[in-house]
Design a binder for this molecule. Structure first.
Ligand SMILES: Nc1ncnc2c1ncn2[C@@H]1O[C@H](COP(=O)(O)OP(=O)(O)OP(=O)(O)O)[C@@H](O)[C@H]1O
Length: 275
């Protein structure tokens, strides 16, 4: 699949205070969208995947204004993974993953042999092949998340939009998801809260604060102590690792009030200070 460009120009949407958003993403670039709770990440993504019509401004995917393009045509290019729980909890995992083919199907529906192979392959890549016949209702949060990712892959998107995709995932599956993302060669917009993972997985980071872009650039240029202090009100030491990526050591405690030793409760000596 050839990746697409995304061009957001002068976008504004008042309820999320989004304003002056201009963001041009070349084909194949993975952009991490960062920012505090309520800064407008999900709203901006919704404007891109045509679920929210901005008050002003345009969003073009592959050169076409998404609001002048039929929803089905957008869905053939853009796959979305959101935090919204799937409504169809009684369906099996395999049925949910197969839904990814709907934008590509003709009026008669039905899956070709090639599409069945694609579905099996996506389930294997997302580590859910063993769950194929389980109902969604019986899955854990992380398993459901991986099912939604497999559905998105089956859609064969040219743009992938992921809203906090690592939310329910354990560390292994977080790393696998981000590795998979890098291997796909698609354009991606991905809202993340983990700055360290975002820096490792994305070519470019864009930070929103109160609906405005406050930083945009290469991970090492964006993830700075100054940004953490001004945008997140967190003090941290940032060093660059041998891979050129930022390593974040957050100051959890004010040194003057930091607990020196952990309290030891009776009958429980986790650090072996007794005896
Ligand atoms: N439909 C809506 N109507 C009114 N306000 C909304 C609507 N959708 C979002 N908002 C508000 O817009 C702001 C941005 O919300 P959004 O979900 O885009 O933030 P976010 O950066 O994704 O946050 P989080 O990190 O908490 O997921 C919030 O204050 C939210 O309450």
């Amino acid at each position: 699949m050839t990746p697409v460009s995304v061009e957001i120009d002068d976008l504004a949407w008042a309820p999320a205070r989004l304003s002056d958003i201009t963001l041009h993403v070349p084909p194949g670039q993975i952009v991490g969208l960062l920012g505090p709770n309520g800064s407008g990440k999900s709203s901006l993504l919704r404007c891109v995947y045509r679920s929210l019509r901005p008050d002003t401004g345009t969003v073009r995917v592959d050169g076409a204004d998404v609001w002048r393009t039929p929803a089905r045509a957008v869905a053939r290019k853009v796959a979305v993974l959101t935090q919204d729980a799937p409504a169809d909890l009684e369906n099996s995992v395999e049925q949910i993953v197969a839904l990814g083919r709907i934008p590509h199907q003709g009026p008669l529906g039905g899956l070709s042999v090639a599409e069945r192979v694609l579905i099996a392959d996506a389930m294997r890549r997302c580590d859910i092949a063993d769950l194929a016949h389980r109902s969604m209702a019986t899955l854990s949060g992380g398993e459901r998340q991986r099912v939604q990712l497999a559905r998105a892959l089956v859609q064969e998107p040219r743009l992938l939009i992921l809203d906090e995709p690592t939310n329910h995932l354990d560390l292994h599956h977080q790393v696998e998801l981000l590795r998979l993302l890098r291997s796909l060669g698609v354009t991606a917009l991905i809202a993340l809260h983990d700055l360290q993972l975002a820096a490792a997985a994305c070519h470019r980071l864009v930070v929103l604060d109160q609906g405005r872009v406050v930083a945009d650039g290469a991970p090492a240029d964006v993830v700075t102590a100054d940004l953490l202090r001004t945008v997140y009100q967190v003090d941290a030491d940032i060093t660059l690792g041998p891979d050129g990526l930022p390593r974040i050591a957050v100051h959890l405690y004010d040194p003057s009030t930091a607990p020196v030793t952990a309290p030891v409760t009776e009958g429980h000596d986790p650090v072996g200070t007794e005896g």
